[in-house]
Design a binder for this molecule. Structure first.
Ligand code: ITT
Length: 194
C-alpha cells in the first residue's frame, strides 16, 4: 500500500534550507519550495525581526498563490556585536557567504569573547491560523573557516558541546542539533497533531 505524502509549501529560495527542512520533516511530508510552485519573486523582507520577516514571506505566498505554507527567517547573532548580523545575516557584506564570513571575522579580530547563536523563527499560515516556532543553538565563532559542508556561516560556527564546525559535522549531526532542527521539530509536532 502506498501512503500519500502530505504536501506543504516552504516559502524559500534557499536550496540548502529546503534540503535541511525536508530531511528533518521526514518521509511523511513532501516539502515544496518556491520554485516548485512557480514563484520566482524575490519576496520582500523589510522587518527588523525574524518573526516579522518570516510572516512577510509566508503571507506573500498565501496571498499570491493561496497555499497554506510556512517560511523561516534565520541568522547568526554574535554576542560581542550586540546580536549582529542578526536579521541582516544574508546581506551582511553586500556579497555572498564568503564575503559575509570575511567581514565577520574581521570584526572579531583580536576579540576573545566569541559567543554566538543561530536563531530561526518559522511562521506557519494554515487555514485562518498563524503559528510561530523558534529554535536557537548556542556556539562560538572560530578564527578561520573549517569544513566544506552546510552553507552560510557554517564553516566558522562551532556548536556548544562539539569541537567541529557545522560545516565539518555534516548534515546528519547538524539536522539533529541546529536552530532549524529545533524549530522544525515543533512545526512537525504541530502538523502531525493537526
Ligand atoms: P529565503 O529568505 O529565501 O528563505 P535566505 O538565504 O535569504 O533564504 P534568510 O533571509 O533567512 O534566508 O537569511 C538567512 C541567512 O543567515 C543565510 O543566508 C545565512 O547566511 C545565515 N544562516 C541561516 N541559517 C544558517 C545555517 O543553518 N547555517 C549557516 N548560515 C545560516
Amino acid at each position: 500500500m502506498t501512503t500519500m505524502k502530505r504536501k506543504i509549501v516552504f516559502a524559500t529560495n534557499n536550496a540548502h534550507k529546503l534540503e535541511e527542512v525536508a530531511a528533518i520533516l521526514g518521509e511523511e511530508f513532501e516539502v515544496l519550495g518556491l520554485r516548485a510552485i512557480g514563484c520566482t519573486a524575490d519576496i520582500p523582507e523589510t522587518s527588523d525581526t525574524f518573526a516579522g520577516n518570516a510572516l512577510q514571506k509566508a503571507q506573500y505566498v498565501k496571498e499570491h498563490y493561496g497555499y497554506d505554507c510556512f517560511a523561516d527567517d534565520s541568522g547568526l547573532e554574535v554576542d560581542v556585536l550586540d546580536g549582529a548580523p542578526g536579521v541582516y545575516s544574508a546581506r551582511y557584506s553586500g556579497g555572498g557567504s564568503e564575503e559575509n564570513m570575511t567581514k565577520l571575522l574581521h570584526k572579531l579580530t583580536g576579540k576573545s569573547e566569541r559567543g554566538a547563536q543561530f536563531r530561526t523563527v518559522i511562521a506557519l499560515l494554515i487555514g485562518e491560523e498563524t503559528h510561530l516556532f523558534e529554535g536557537i543553538v548556542r556556539g562560538t565563532i572560530i578564527n578561520e573557516r573549517c569544513g566544506e559542508g552546510g552553507f552560510g556561516y557554517d564553516p566558522i560556527f562551532v556548536p556548544e558541546g562539539y569541537d567541529l564546525t557545522f560545516a565539518q559535522l555534516g548534515s546528519e549531526v547538524k539536522n539533529r542539533i541546529s536552530h532549524r532542527a529545533k524549530a522544525v521539530e515543533q512545526l512537525a509536532k504541530f502538523l502531525r497533531n493537526d
